[in-house]
Ligand binder design. Structure first.
Ligand SMILES: Cc1cc2nc3c(=O)[nH]c(=O)nc-3n(C[C@H](O)[C@H](O)[C@H](O)COP(=O)(O)OP(=O)(O)OC[C@H]3O[C@@H](n4cnc5c(N)ncnc54)[C@H](O)[C@@H]3O)c2cc1C
Length: 438
């Protein structure tokens, strides 16, 4: 926390192997490629590959992308010139970003939970407040949600600020109260941040803050979906490798009918989840330049992103639990690694908005923007519309129920919509595969 002269420095020490691994992702273009190649696909492909080995390290990449994205899309020319080049460097001097919204009172209801206040001071703002979950805590730049003094209550009064690690005079602009002791994602340090007259620069207008926050969250939710699929795939690969060498009752465990059937069924679910996650990537790539008021394509994307975040994370947890069971007693021993996937998966289901949040936000975009109709029209290009009529009318009925009843009945239908969408999309992928388009 302090240097040899007694000055507060709050430096996080990493092992050199970690820094080499982290740096490799940045050098490979997990952030700069999105801008140079004008596409998010290479970024998510890199994350998919990396997450097969370590889901947690995709967090720094995702929040760095979110910071650069918000700055490039909504920041003033002056702010961009000052900060963007450092985030897009291709060598180890690259700056990292972070996205800090959540406070002690809660992350789901940001409108009520964010108590950090911003006061204007000349060409910049001074922020005061505490962020309770701040991942990539030593990032050089963070985008931070705060309420400008006098702004209305609720989410509409939130604005987004760029907060550098150091003030203009070189002093520390924010301090780390402590680091979190987490069950997983240990490859990203998450801490509590204290903002005390911290210099911040407004990104976009105060009125557009909530849209920016949601756009950043969308980038993370899509990353979460890709990472969840990679984790489920890895857990299954490990389980298969084990079942192919462990014997019981005279034959390999994998050759017993019950287990073989489970493998087959789960491989299929994985394929569907994969298709859903990648559809959220493709749609995001198509709509990423949009600003409010958004198009129907954007609302379609939002629904697919909620379905993908929800379903892939739930699948990752369920698959990781099952993969542990396949390892039998060895599954619970830290030294063999199977239990780690379950710990990692549990975080994927909670951050970037819990599964509850995805269902409720998914219902909202269906109700307000009729996004389910857009989704069915989208799927009709793969499957005759009649095949999905039953599901569509069940959803219509759900949306007309009184609020509490709708929430009580929502999850089963939301899950079905996610699975059916994944199944249909994977059918399209298989066809494209045969035609050599994928
Ligand atoms: C390892 C880790 C790192 C993180 N890093 C960051 C970060 O860098 N930046 C950041 O901003 N945040 C970060 N978070 C915070 C994360 O986004 C929040 O934990 C998450 O959004 C949930 O908020 P909460 O924990 O305050 O739960 P709460 O909002 O308090 O919710 C508690 C429970 O109530 C449920 N709930 C809430 N509202 C409803 C409702 N209307 N209906 C039904 N159920 C409801 C929730 O789903 C949840 O199950 C991180 C979290 C973790 C675990």
């Amino acid at each position: 926390m302090f240097d040899s002269a007694g000055r507060r420095v709050d430096r996080i020490l990493y092992s050199s192997e970690y820094q080499a691994m982290l740096g490799k992702g940045y050098r490979s273009g997990v952030v700069w490629r999105a801008f140079e190649e004008d596409s998010l696909i290479p970024t998510y492909l890199l994350m998919y590959t990396i997450a097969f080995y370590d889901p947690g390290i995709c967090c720094p990449y995702t929040v760095s992308l979110g910071t650069a994205f918000a700055l490039a899309k909504y920041g003033s020319g002056e702010l961009q010139a000052q900060f963007l080049p450092a985030l897009l460097r291709k060598d180890d001097s690259v700056w990292q970003g972070a996205t800090w919204m959540t406070e002690i009172d809660g992350g789901s209801d940001l409108g009520a939970g964010v108590k950090t206040v911003a006061r204007r001071r000349g060409d910049h703002w001074l922020l005061a407040g505490d962020k309770y979950f701040a991942s990539n805590v030593s990032a050089e730049l963070a985008v931070v949600a705060a309420r400008p003094e006098g702004a209305p209550a609720g989410v509409r009064g939130l604005a987004l600020f760029l907060v550098p690690r150091y003030r203009q005079d070189g002093s520390l602009n924010r301090t780390v109260r402590r680091l979190k002791d987490k069950i997983a994602t240990r490859s990203v340090p998450t801490g509590e941040i204290e903002l005390r007259d911290s210099e911040g620069y407004l990104v976009g207008s105060p009125e557009s803050g909530i849209y920016l926050i949601l756009e950043i969250l969308n980038l993370s939710r899509v990353a979460n979906s890709v990472v969840s699929v990679a984790l489920a795939q890895r857990a299954m690969a490990d389980a298969l490798a084990y079942a192919e060498r462990r014997t019981a009752f005279g034959k390999l465990v994998v050759d017993h009918a019950l287990l073989r059937h489970q493998f087959e069924r789960r491989f299929q679910s994985l394929e569907w989840a994969f298709a859903l996650a990648w559809e959220s990537v493709r749609l995001l790539d198509q709509v990423r330049a949009e600003r409010p008021p958004y198009s129907d394509r954007y609302h379609l994307f939002r629904l697919v992103a909620h379905l993908a975040k929800y379903w892939t994370a739930e699948l990752a947890v369920d698959t990781a639990k099952w993969a542990m069971e396949v390892h039998g007693g060895l599954g619970v021993l830290g030294e063999f690694g199977a239990e780690r996937w379950l710990r990692e998966a549990m975080i994927l289901a909670i951050w970037e908005g819990t599964s509850h949040r995805q269902i409720l936000d998914g219902l909202e975009v269906m109700e307000r923007k009729q996004a389910h109709k857009l989704l069915f029209a989208h799927l009709a290009t793969i499957t005759p519309a009649q095949a999905l009529e039953g599901l569509e009318s069940a959803l219509e009925q759900l949306l007309h129920l009184p609020r509490d009843q709708r929430e009580i009945e929502a999850e089963a239908l939301f899950r079905r919509l996610a699975i059916v969408s994944g199944e249909e999309l994977s059918r399209r992928e298989s066809a494209e595969d045969r035609d050599g388009q994928w």
